[in-house]
Design a protein around this ligand. Structure first.
Ligand code: KIV
Ligand code: ZN
Length: 523
């Protein structure tokens, strides 16, 4: 039997989170600057070592988001992505200027197929670019990461020459991406070992891995790479990212923690904050987490079968390899109802990780009481939905103040909405193809705008016919998308509030970037 390795003797695996860059590249997952800042703050609280905040050359919005995050984040390193050219690198350097700790991440493809068809460059030209780009990035910061895009399909010896060149030019981290999610765990581990054995200056840099999930192997590949010598993992919350996504942060971190018997490592992640980060990323991207998703899915700690329930009640470890508390879930059986008082409500909020000021607490309590009148049992999920909405509505300029919908067999649905926009009352009515359509048309009447409705999604927050409906709405305008989310026992009220929340984000975006369109009159 092996002796367990003490926590302080374990090597640290650096967690590089790319939710705000690769994650945001998922179709439909784009976030507003305010949302990106919130996510960055939660990632910092979570203990992420490096936050890849964006790709500054990609757009004004990306540049601004990286710069704002660079101003606010103090503990984590803030990173910006750049292709291997001076314009990209300088733009990243500019955006990162305010950061206390900054990194430029520059990349170029190294596989034959990418060099030939995409870059139209010879291997020697690519090598020269590696040198020049890393040297340029070093003018801005000592912390430079170099990536060989499509590394897993590159010629190993050529890849090793690129890595050696990057390190000689000043790269302190070398990243090995499995860009197309093609690698197989043992093969990927072997590539990492090959690099360690064949790059003469490899001891001067940290080896990082960045795995995509096209074959569902991103986490397995990352873990095998760690065993083979990688000391940084690139990952995203909920595994969002290009195509099938990136390796999921929560899965890697919990695997390292739970299988500490075979993985003698640690991370700086405070795992009790995982659920909060997962919920936030799901809310701002409009990507629901599948119920059976490892670690953060609604069923990840739910035991349905009688045999399992009986086992867990007798001794949790019969069927639980992780404790729900370790990822930020409560095991508490404190279910609130209409007789619960302010004290129980406040205690529940604290258990769920919310610390509200007096005004917000009063308002949340009022809404909780209203909900408890309509719903027998108010579960944690209901309270999380309610409080998240309360926090969000404090920032909103547009509020739904009234909604009346008439619908029925053989009659045209009709909706009347009353909104408050910057304190001014706006009322409009409309018919529609269905009650939701009538409601959304009426909102358009009250605040005229041309945004396209791209997503309307409903799911039940808990079970039962009195469950709250959680609605997600995505509006798009000029290539920018805005998500709104709201929950209510009345699906139409939730739909209207979710639409208003997305509209509010559009309004605020237009106010900040007015050059692209007139404010308010025609959003
Ligand atoms: O998947 C990939 O290769 C990337 C690089 C930019 C690191 O995202
Ligand atoms: Zn990627």
């Amino acid at each position: 039997m092996t002796t367990p390795i003490a926590e302080n003797e374990r090597e640290t695996i650096l967690v590089f989170d790319t939710t705000l860059r690769d994650g945001e590249q998922s179709p439909g997952a784009s976030m507003t600057i305010e949302e990106k800042i919130k996510v960055a703050e939660v990632l910092e609280e979570l203990g992420v070592d490096i936050i890849e905040a964006g790709f500054p050359i990609a757009s004004e919005g990306d540049f601004e988001a990286v710069r704002e995050i660079a101003k606010r984040v103090k503990k984590s390193v803030v990173c910006g992505l750049a292709r291997a050219n001076f314009e990209d690198i300088d733009r990243a350097g500019e955006a990162l200027k305010p950061a206390e700790r900054k990194r430029i991440h520059t990349f170029i493809a190294t596989s034959p197929i990418h060099m030939r068809y995409k870059l139209r460059m010879s291997p020697e030209e690519v090598l020269e670019r590696v040198r020049a780009s890393v040297e340029r990035a070093r003018r801005w910061t000592d912390d430079v990461e170099w990536s060989g895009e499509d590394a897993s399909r590159s010629d190993r010896d050529f890849l090793c020459r690129c890595i050696e060149t990057a390190i000689a030019a000043g790269a302190t981290t070398v990243n090995i991406p499995d860009t197309v999610g093609y690698a197989y765990p043992e093969e990927f581990a072997d590539l990492i070992r090959y690099i360690r054995n064949n790059v003469p200056n490899i001891d001067k840099a940290v080896i990082s891995v960045h795995c995509h999930n096209d074959l569902g192997l991103a986490v397995a590949n990352s873990l095998r790479a760690i065993e083979a010598g990688a000391r940084q993992v690139e990952c995203t919350i909920n595994g969002i990212g290009e195509r099938a996504g990136n390796a999921a942060l929560e899965e890697i971190v919990m695997a390292i923690r739970t299988r500490s018997d075979i993985l003698p490592f640690r991370t700086n992640i405070d795992t009790t904050r995982i659920m909060k980060a997962s919920r936030l990323v799901s809310a701002v991207t409009g990507f629901p987490v599948q119920p059976n998703k490892a670690i953060v899915g609604a069923n990840a700690f739910a035991h349905e079968s009688g045999i399992h329930q009986d086992g867990v009640l007798k001794h949790a470890q019969t069927y639980e390899i992780m404790r729900p508390e370790d990822v930020g879930l409560t095991r508490s059986s404190l279910v609130l109802g209409k007789h619960s008082g302010r004290h129980a409500f406040r205690r529940k909020l604290e258990e769920l990780g919310y610390h509200l000021g007096d005004n917000a607490l009063n308002e949340a309590f009022r809404r909780f009481k209203a909900l408890a009148d309509r719903k027998k049992n108010v579960y944690d999920e209901d309270i999380i939905a309610l409080v998240d909405e309360e926090i969000q509505s404090l920032e909103q300029r547009v509020h739904l103040t009234d909604l009346a919908v008439e619908t029925g067999l053989g009659r045209a649905p009709h909706a009347r909405v009353e909104l408050e926009v910057d304190g001014e009352r706006q009322v409009a009515e409309s018919t529609g193809d269905g009650p939701v359509d009538a409601t959304f048309r009426a909102i358009r009447g009250a605040v005229p705008h041309e945004a396209e409705l791209q997503l309307f999604q409903i799911h039940a927050v808990t079970g039962g016919t009195d469950a709250q409906a959680q609605v997600t709405v995505r509006l798009a305008r000029d290539g920018q998308v805005f998500h709104g989310q709201a929950a209510d026992t009345d699906t139409l009220v939730a739909a209207a509030k979710a639409y208003v929340s997305a509209l509010d984000k559009l309004l605020r975006y237009r106010e900040r970037i007015p050059a692209q369109g007139a404010v308010q009159a025609s959003l």
